[in-house]
Design a protein around this ligand. Structure first.
Ligand code: GDP
Ligand code: ZN
Length: 345
C-alpha cells in the first residue's frame, strides 16, 4: 500500500482514533477497516474529523509525521490484548461536508427516518415535528415512517395524511407483520442509487423509545445481524449515550446506503434548539414556506396576527393543525430561554 492514497468513509471514532472503511471505485470493500488518526495540523486548524466524513488516508510514514503509537485507545475492538496500538494511517484530507452536527457528532447525513407508532406508545407528533425542524436546518431530508399500522389502521392513516400534506415522503408500515415494508425497502434502494455527489448515501432512524426503530432496522438490514440493535441498547446504558454514533454499510439497493446508528437522535438531545434563531423557525416548517413574506406585518410571528398568510393557509386546511400547534410549542420553548443563554448553549 506504500505510496498510495486511499479514499474512505469514517465509520467510527473513539478517543482520537478513527476507523475508516476504504472505498474503491465508489464501492466499499466488505470487511476492510483501517485505523487512522487525524493529521497534526488539523488540531491547529481546529478541524475534527467526524463519523460520516469522506477522507483521504496517507501512510503515516510518508506524512512527515511520526506514526506514534496512540496509548490505550478507548476502542476495545481495535485494542490488542494489552497496551498500545500502532497507527499506520493518517487522515490527510477531509472532503467538503454537506452538513455536520455536534450531537450526535456526525457529518454528511442525507436522510432522517422519523419513526412514529400508530399506537402503543401513544404517538407523539411534537417529537416528530422537532425532528423535521432539526433536519430542515441541517439540509437533511426527513422521511416519515408510521409504524405499528396493524394496531390502529385509522390512526396510522391520519398521521400519514398529516405528513403528506406537510410535504414529506411517508411510509405506513408494520415492522411486525411486514406490511408495507417492501415499499420502504424499495425506497432505500432508490435513494442508494441516487448519488448525492459525496460518494455515498446515509440515513439514521429516530423516534420515541418503543416506536419500533430496532424492529424496523432488523427487518431492513438483516445483513447487519443483531449488531445494530445490540449496539444501540448497549450504548443507551453506556457512557457515550448521545455522542456515540457508528456508520454501517448495508446491502440496501446497490450497497451504497449507509446506516448511521446512534441513540443521539432518539434521545432528542436537541430540544433546546440552540443553533436556531427564533425568526428562522417558520422556515423550518416546509409547508409554511410559500406563505413567508406574504403576511400583513413584516414581523409576523404567525401565531395570532391579522392578515397572517400562514394562519390563512391553516384555516383553508392546507397546513395540518398539529403542525401549527407544534410550531407554537417550539416557539414557546425557544422564547423561554433568554437570548444570552441561548448563545451559551
Ligand atoms: P425502539 O425502541 O424504537 O427500537 O422499538 P423496538 O423496535 O424495540 O419495538 C418496541 C416494541 O414494539 C417491541 O416489542 C416490538 O416487537 C414492537 N413492535 C415493533 N414494530 C411493531 C409493529 O409494527 N407492530 C406491533 N404490533 N408491534 C411492533
Ligand atoms: Zn404570519
Amino acid at each position: 500500500m506504500a505510496g498510495s492514497l486511499i479514499r474512505g468513509i469514517i465509520s467510527r471514532g473513539v478517543g482520537g482514533l478513527y476507523a475508516v472503511r476504504p472505498v474503491f471505485d465508489g464501492k466499499y470493500e466488505p470487511g476492510t477497516e483501517l485505523l487512522a488518526r487525524a493529521r497534526g495540523s488539523f488540531r491547529i486548524q481546529n478541524i475534527t474529523p467526524l463519523v460520516g466524513d469522506v477522507v483521504t488516508l496517507a501512510p503515516a510514514d510518508e506524512m512527515n509525521e511520526q506514526a506514534e503509537p496512540v496509548h490505550g485507545t478507548a476502542d476495545r475492538r481495535q485494542r490488542g490484548k494489552k497496551g498500545d496500538v500502532r497507527v499506520d494511517w493518517v487522515i490527510s484530507e477531509i472532503s467538503g461536508r454537506k452538513n455536520s452536527m455536534i450531537r450526535p457528532p456526525l457529518a454528511n447525513l442525507d436522510y432522517l427516518f422519523a419513526v412514529i407508532p400508530a399506537a402503543s406508545p401513544e404517538p407523539d407528533l411534537l417529537t416528530v415535528d422537532k425532528l423535521t425542524v432539526i433536519a430542515e436546518n441541517y439540509g437533511i431530508e426527513s422521511v416519515i415512517i408510521v409504524n405499528k399500522a396493524d394496531l390502529d389502521r385509522r390512526r396510522a392513516a391520519g398521521i400519514a395524511d398529516i405528513y403528506s400534506l406537510a410535504g414529506y415522503r411517508v411510509f405506513t408500515v408494520s415492522a411486525e407483520t411486514g406490511d408495507g415494508m417492501d415499499g420502504l425497502a424499495g425506497f432505500l434502494g432508490e435513494i442508494s442509487e441516487s448519488g448525492t455527489g459525496k460518494g455515498y448515501v446515509s440515513g439514521a432512524f429516530a423516534g420515541a423509545s418503543g416506536a419500533g426503530k430496532s424492529t424496523l432496522m432488523t427487518h431492513l438490514f438483516p445483513e447487519l445481524g443483531l449488531a445494530t440493535g445490540a449496539v444501540s441498547r448497549k450504548t443507551e446504558r453506556g457512557r457515550h449515550t448521545t455522542r456515540h454514533v457508528e456508520l454501517y454499510p448495508t446491502d440496501a439497493g446497490n450497497g451504497d446506503f449507509w446506516l448511521a446508528d446512534t441513540p443521539g437522535f432518539s434521545l432528542l438531545d436537541f430540544t433546546r434548539f440552540n443553533f436556531l434563531p427564533t425568526d428562522e423557525l417558520p422556515y423550518s416548517f416546509r409547508e409554511f414556506a410559500d406563505s413567508m413574506g406574504k403576511c400583513r406585518y413584516r414581523k409576523c410571528t404567525h401565531t395570532k396576527e391579522e392578515g397572517c398568510a400562514v394562519l390563512e393557509k391553516l384555516s383553508r386546511g392546507e397546513i395540518p393543525p398539529s403542525r401549527h400547534e407544534s410550531y407554537m410549542k417550539i416557539l414557546e420553548e425557544q422564547r423561554s430561554v433568554p437570548e444570552w443563554k441561548r448563545k451559551q448553549m
